[in-house]
Design a protein around this ligand. Structure first.
Ligand code: MRU
Length: 335
């Protein structure tokens, strides 16, 4: 994701891997739509996108008339896009602080300050990813078969990746590893995006259907599971892509280490446990159709919760840029 010529440029992730189309967004409504429709997705990436969305909203203001109301409406529109990833609200809160600090300095100075903060959010995200990836790579052993879910790579973050960043870092350190990529129904972030990123890095991988995970664990073909997070409660419970909880239960049963990797911006200190995390329910059509093709019988109903909660006792460790928290409840030190 880049800021270029007064626009936000990002790869339209809905079209990957078959088409690499760059969206050039010129207003905050375009950014809000891109987040909601998942042209940009992944907790850290939507945080960065929302910050740049606010920059665009402020940039398009003609004058300072009704500045507070107009700014509030920009913020409101971006806040209403997706409810689960706390990084979105964390980035928006940072932008609001900048607004409060500079709102009396004239529009131009305010716009510059907002842009500088959005760049900082992106840069800090990148640095956090690299640090947490180095931390996590220490846990990866030569010959590991690592199962991952959804997409947690460059596409989902400020540029490097969290769970996938750890895999990349371990590979770059020369560890011979293999990645098992869970396809991640319904939107297939694993099959389409993680596989695309791993192929570009030259890291060996195999895609599996989500349902194959248990059987492969039973046969001893998985040595570790690493996933990302959308929100971590103060007690270490984790919200992540639907299917994460099932993988955690299976890993626990088979005594396979189950790691969650996330920057500290994914921690929500206001929630004492995972029960308070709002779970996004998306369109049933994402379940009944695949890439626009209807596969379910006409009129079939579907449920589409986009995330689930993994209780902390199923998590071996949470890996952040500020260290490895084992067991997961130790994350409370940061909350
Ligand atoms: O619905 P998505 O694709 O935005 O969900 C993404 C995930 O669940 C990721 O695992 C999470 O955001 C971490 S991305 C580093």
């Amino acid at each position: 994701m880049n800021w270029a010529d007064g626009r936000v440029e990002l790869v339209d992730q809905r079209q990957l891997p078959n088409r690499v189309k760059i969206l050039k967004l010129k207003d905050h409504k375009g950014v809000a739509a891109a987040i909601k429709e998942m042209a940009v997705r992944g907790a850290p990436a939507i945080g960065v996108a929302s910050a740049y969305g606010i920059v665009l909203g402020a940039k398009n203001l003609k004058d300072e008339k009704h500045l507070d109301e107009k700014f509030a409406s920009i913020v409101e529109e971006l806040s209403r896009t997706r409810p689960t990833a706390v990084n979105l609200f964390w980035a928006i809160a940072r932008m609001k602080e900048i607004f409060e600090k500079h709102r009396h300095e004239g529009l131009r100075k305010l716009q510059q300050a907002l842009l500088a903060e959005a760049h900082r959010i992106k840069q800090e995200g990148l640095e956090a990813d690299k640090r947490l990836s180095r931390n996590g790579a220490k846990l990866i052993k030569e010959g590991d078969a690592i199962l991952t879910h959804c997409n947690t790579g460059a596409l989902a973050t400020a540029e490097y990746g969290t769970a996938l960043g750890i895999i990349k870092a371990a590979w770059q350190q020369g560890k011979r590893i293999k990645v098992l990529v869970a396809e991640t129904r319904p939107l297939l972030q694993g099959l389409r995006l993680t596989a695309w990123e791993l192929a570009q890095e030259g890291i060996p991988f195999e895609i599996i259907v989500d349902n194959a995970a248990g059987s492969l664990m039973q046969r001893g073909e998985v040595s570790r599971v690493i996933v990302g997070a959308d929100r971590i409660a103060a007690n270490g419970d984790v919200a992540n892509k639907i299917g994460t909880y099932s993988l955690a239960v299976l890993a626990h049963h088979h005594k396979i280490p189950f790691y969650v990797a996330a920057p500290t911006s994914t921690i929500d200190p206001s929630l004492k446990d995972g029960s308070g995390i709002s779970i996004e329910e998306r369109e049933p059509k994402e379940v009944t159709h695949i890439q626009g093709i209807k596969l379910a019988p006409r009129g079939a109903k579907a449920r589409n919760p986009a995330f689930d909660i993994t209780p902390r006792f199923l998590i071996t460790a949470i890996i952040t840029e500020r260290g490895i928290f084992r067991p997961a409840r130790a994350i409370g030190k940061l909350a």
